[in-house]
Ligand binder design. Sequence first.
Ligand SMILES: [Fe+2]
Length: 217
Amino acid sequence: MEPIVHTIFEPETSTWQYVVTDLSTKTAVILDPTADSLLALVGEKGYIVDRLLETHVHANHLTAATYLQDLLTRDGKKLDRLLDDDEPTFFCGDSIFNCDVGSARCDFPGGNAKDLFQTASKLFSLPPNFKIYTGHDYPPNTPRSTPQAFSTVAEQMEHNKHLRTGTSEADFVRWRTERDAALAEPRLIHQALQVNIRAGRLPRDGLLHMPVNVEGW
Ligand SMILES: [Fe+2]
């Protein structure tokens, strides 16, 4: 039986959250949670949440993963496992976006445009009818103005405005790097990265509110 994917858009940060469930067992997985609205859905449907997944370390908002985990699980076990590349196949987080938005910026810590191009190539090698669910959506005013959760591999390959088939890695890396250099830093990036890399838990020694350059890192 195909899993059911509930899509819940959080407009404040343009974030897609997902609840994926196997109806035969009612077990569910939550991806990229940001808000209490997910709890209402889970409660109403009677789902048993057995996993909370983060597709990436969010730079512009705080994750609700640990908050929801405390509410939804009783064994006190913390979820702390990095998934392999091919495990969360259809949920691409902030790598490629819908075709008319294109791709995510690559200048946050650990990111680079070359890696993003390689990720897109891997996604494009999936079967053409597979759906790719994005981490955010920023719908342009035309031709559409409502958020869209996914597009197919075939649509992405034909229409992605930054990465469609035929785009060379060198051209993409050059363009993406130049564009990122001109973009402003997200308002909450320093706080968000420190909290989200711990799945929503505050650092034990408190938050740093400014970046610190440590010699030798
Ligand atoms: Fe994000």
